[in-house]
Design a protein around this ligand. Structure first.
Ligand code: NAD
Length: 356
């Protein structure tokens, strides 16, 4: 019996998580999943109840669980709080406390949604790319950092730092994922300008020696950004640092034209994971039953595959999403003329029906 911590968070978080829970309940009842759910607080709603965006109790419970399913955090009402109390600090905090260093962000274009992309159909149709982003190091965490007065004016500093062990472990993650896919890793850096990237490239080459069946190539981040838009299907697995991964994975997500469809995983070295949709808390549509729950439901599928070794149940969820899209049902964000538009709750029910 696996134990999963459910963290709905803020905005549309509660609505989309409710649909994922329906799917889990159905797999428990009819397909022998055996998943036990416990609930916790994170983000702005946690701050409102406890004064912290990451209450101690959430962390303690997280460590007792096998993985986490998260909705999203954030909202304008918390943006003026001091930095440490903002919802996003809860997210950064839990990632770093649990050492969730490997962020997997698939960019998949469902053929039924090819028209949702701003790119030409032939450029993106069938796109299936995995971005592996280092999540707990690099410039987002490096020291020194801050804003100070220097030579009589304000001076801002952040530091891009990586130990070779940090690069090696994300490299291993990427190569192991590539082994289960098309066996190609493209490592993205800026080694022509930054020493930290020179080290990144060297270590990736060293790690690749352990994976003779996987092809390793290197690409500069500016070229990678260009190639992602020009010919994204050339990539299988792309591995990169925290900062570059943040930017490139959003770019890759938008190739699919449907932010509401994309799940993500953040894993530690034991394959413990936090699973969440890539989108935010969408305060502009919260409470209106129009948010797309599929990214969250597909996050459950990723959890089954990457943390709980239940690939056949993961396949069941993916197949159900395909069936419902084939039937022409869409939430508003992915709809086109002729589709049947359904709300968040109804989409959850349709997926459950398709699974059963
Ligand atoms: P967002 O992803 O919340 O929304 C961007 C746009 O996409 C909005 O128009 C929104 O309505 C739409 N959208 C997002 N998810 C959708 C869904 N499931 N179905 C239909 N439409 C959807 O990004 P934002 O507006 O820049 O940020 C809103 C808040 O979310 C901010 O506080 C931000 O800090 C936070 N945020 C949190 C996370 C996270 O929790 N991982 C990630 C990004 C942003």
């Amino acid at each position: 019996m696996s134990k999963i911590l459910i963290l709905p968070g803020d905005g549309i978080g509660k609505e989309i998580i409710a649909q994922a829970i329906k799917v889990i309940d159905s797999l428990n009842a009819n397909h022998g999943l055996g998943m036990n759910l416990v609930h916790g607080l994170i983000g702005g709603s946690a701050y409102e109840e406890t004064g912290s965006p990451l209450p101690e109790e959430t962390l303690v419970t997280a460590k007792e669980c096998d993985s986490i399913l998260l909705g999203a955090v954030g909202g304008q009402q918390w943006e003026s709080l001091e930095r440490e109390l903002r919802p996003e600090r809860g997210l950064l905090g839990i990632r770093s406390e649990l050492d969730l260093f490997s962020n997997l962000r698939p960019a998949i274009l469902y053929p039924q949604l090819a028209n949702a992309s701003t790119l030409k159909n032939e450029v993106v149709s069938g796109l299936d790319l995995m971005i592996v982003r280092e999540l707990v190091g690099g410039i987002y965490f490096g020291q020194p950092r801050g804003i100070e007065i220097k030579d009589g004016e304000r001076f801002g500093v952040n530091s891009a730092t990586y130990f070779e062990s940090e690069i090696a472990r994300i490299g291993h993650s990427a190569f192991q994922i590539a082994q289960k896919r098309d066996k190609r890793v493209c490592s993205v850096d800026k080694a022509n300008v930054l020493e930290v990237c020179e080290l990144w490239r060297e270590v990736m080459e060293e790690v690749s020696q352990d994976y003779p069946d996987v092809e390793l190539t290197h690409m500069l981040v500016d070229t990678a950004a260009m190639q992602l838009v020009r010919a994204p299907k050339q990539f299988d697995v792309m591995v990169t640092s925290n900062l570059f991964g943040d930017i490139l994975s959003d770019c890759a997500a938008m190739l699919t034209g449907s932010i509401g469809m994309l799940p993500s995983a953040s894993l530690n070295k034991n394959n413990y994971g936090m699973y969440e949709p890539i989108h935010g808390s969408a305060p502009d549509i919260a409470g209106n039953d129009i948010a797309n729950p599929l990214a969250t439901i597909l996050s459950v599928s990723m959890m089954l595959r990457y943390s709980l070794s239940q690939a056949s149940l993961a396949d069941k969820i993916n197949a159900a999403v395909n069936v419902v899209l084939d039937q022409g049902y869409r939430t508003k964000d992915i709809s086109a003329a002729g589709d049947t538009i359904v709300g968040t709750d109804a989409m959850g029910d349709l997926i459950v029906d398709a699974i059963e």
